[in-house]
Design a protein around this ligand. Sequence first.
Ligand code: DHB
Length: 389
Amino acid sequence: MPVRTRVAVIGAGPAGLLLSHLLGRHGIESVVVDSRSREEIETTIRAGILEQGTVEILSETGASDRVLTAGRKHEGMELRFDGEGHRIDFAATVGRAVWLYPQHEVLKDLVAARLAAGQDLRFGVTAERVEDAETNRPRVVARDAEGGAVEIEADVVVGADGSRSVAREAVTGTYGGYFREYPFAWFGILCEAPPSAEELIYSNSPDGFALISQRGPGVQRMYFQCDPTTDPGAYGEERLWEILRSRVPGITLNEGRVFQRDVLRFRSFVAHEMRRGRVVLVGDAAHTVPPTGAKGMNLAVADVVVLTEALRALLLDGDESLFDAFPDTARKLIWKAQHFSWWMTSMLHLQPGAGDFDRMRQIGELRSVVESEAGRAYLAEGYTGRPLG
Ligand code: DHB
């Protein structure tokens, strides 16, 4: 017997869980499935910067109180190049801020809020495909952890199942999309040491990019640009610190035991289609951005805010107009975030094969940003984001 619900959500990441939370506030019932365990979802380390609009949605809708108490407000950041740091003051330029609050903490809050609300949330259930997209009863065909068949029939199916989405095939047919790969990656570490600076440092150096971020009073998250084929085990700790130090000349880094390391690939992707019939894609299932500027989760949240309004109108008022317009509405936000992420990436990283001209031009670009009020405001506006909803 298929499970019957109004909205079937594939993926219990930020997009899927927030969507079910926002729908629940309108009295719209949903079922959420994810192939991963709760523990895996709550412990996988991802990015850490939330736009002000994301924080407002999480706190004002009761999804997370902890974001305001455990999260740290950042009213500026440092851009570093040519041996000097330049502060971008978000508060002074655009009157907004970002919060440092790791994505897995957001996920813990969302899982707890959904379970407290009695949400049908199924871990260890792997969606295999989506059928009947062009009918009013699309279905998710899935398997539970024991291999048993699970079928969920809904008014709408939402693919919030990340960059390896199985829902995407039902929407785009071909997995087709706009795609860009970058010739570098980030080597990321977590280390036991207090923050080296109050605010995040984005550094363009002759040896390549580095980002000095934080995770709390005793833990730092740091990244440096590396070749995409780099093995995370390739460097000893002393070599890691040497590389990091050389990428932020003029800064004294607080060093400590490195307890996690990973290599992040850089890609930009936007699916050609975000909706077919009653199946829609949100978050990384619909798009991927390179990590510079931390737009990934914030963009997923923006998709979900737009989709919630569309589903409310469709399912409660029988009004299809916002649902039909969803891909066009979302696409405008997506391409702005794509541009911002690409711009921050290209301005700050060393392009393999770059000559002196390219490097000097990049410094000129960075100076144009930090020495102009309009330039600082442009960066601050893109980084802190616009109000959602
Ligand atoms: C972090 C990641 C980012 O991509 C970024 O732009 C800022 C911070 C982080 O993981 O802390």
